[in-house]
Design a protein around this ligand. Structure first.
Ligand code: ZN
Length: 323
């Protein structure tokens, strides 16, 4: 072999090596860019929380994971976080130009009327925003953009934050299994003041109920406990039957919520009302309770009571709940 041929071979070997090296390096970068980010769902975590955490639009998160029921995440479920969708923009001027609103994924049985009522936006605005030609032909799973005023969005995110907080507060101890709740029953205390503690004393020692406080939850009004404070009863913690109605059936299958106050004479405070809306929303989600089964005490047959008082805003409550 002559010298020049050896040099040539070395040159080719070197070039081949360089080529392989560059190829591997580029592929590695490419894979890193493409490799999806995985999030393992923790106990009590909601999709909304995860979307906020990674700053990913909720609908992209739903699409990336082909989620059918966004309210039912499993613990340790792996979710793909579509990182290419992460919005890195921190420019506040750009944000003000963005449309305000929320994304909503259509569930079976949803109608535009339901959605418009829930988000307090006209059907016309929703159809225009989403180029809907035939409102009766909506597909389950389709994601709509619901335009909302900044004020309504603020209230919505305020409620969402409150719901997250409540979800954590009312989480059950690991060894306690959720009862098969069917109803949510709303009461007033018919007193101007009070708290879980004072009602517990009354139910235990005056009414001789061995399990004490007859309700699962009490919402204070500023007289006896801070205005709007949610108190969680031991019946909820232990998931045992209530003692808030005469009917055994409703005590067994109805979650009892009591708002402190006498609503035959005045309405609940705004803070109490907002806390109630958030709590009932969370409970409806947790226990799959439809709107028709959110009732006032007096709405139950044969209970013969005015509770929760004629000034309790039942219609306003229902217009703020999920279907
Ligand atoms: Zn009652």
């Amino acid at each position: 072999m002559n010298l020049s041929l050896i040099r040539k071979t070395h040159k080719y070997q070197f070039l081949l090596f360089l080529f392989i090296f560059l190829f591997v390096a580029v592929m590695d970068c490419y894979c890193l860019m493409q490799r999806p980010l995985i999030h393992k769902v923790k106990r009590g975590e909601t999709l909304w929380e995860i979307a906020v955490k990674y700053n990913v639009p909720l609908n992209k998160l739903i699409e990336a994971n082909k989620l059918k029921n966004i309210n039912k995440l499993k613990i340790n479920q792996s979710l793909i976080i579509p990182i290419n969708e992460i919005n890195f923009s921190t420019d506040s001027s750009a944000k003000t130009l963005e449309r305000t609103g929320v994304y909503y994924r259509l569930k079976k049985g949803d109608t535009l009327w339901d959605i418009s009522r829930k988000y307090k936006v006209s059907i016309e605005k929703i159809t225009a925003e989403n180029n809907i030609i035939s409102p009766t032909r909506l597909k389950v799973g389709e994601v709509l953009f619901i335009p909302m005023s900044a004020k309504n969005l603020d209230r919505m995110s305020y409620l969402d934050r409150m719901k997250l907080e409540i979800r954590k507060q009312i989480m059950l101890p690991k060894n306690v299994k959720m009862r098969r709740w069917q109803y949510i029953v709303i009461h007033h205390s018919a007193t101007d003041s009070g708290s879980a503690k004072s009602f517990n004393y009354y139910h235990k020692y005056k009414r001789h109920m061995t399990n004490g406080l007859a309700y699962d939850f009490v919402i204070d009004n500023g007289h006896g406990g801070p205005d709007g404070k949610l108190e969680i009863g031991s019946r909820w913690r232990r998931q045992i039957q209530g003692g808030h109605v005469k009917s055994d059936y409703y005590n067994n299958y109805g979650i009892g919520i009591c708002l402190v106050g006498n609503f035959t004479r005045y309405a609940p405070t705004e803070k109490q009302f907002n806390k109630l809306v958030a709590l009932v929303n969370v409970l409806q989600d947790m226990c799959s309770i439809p709107l028709s089964r959110v009732v006032g005490h007096g709405g139950i047959k044969k209970e013969y009571t005015e509770c929760p008082g004629r000034l309790f805003p039942m219609r306003r409550l229902k217009s703020n709940l999920r279907f």
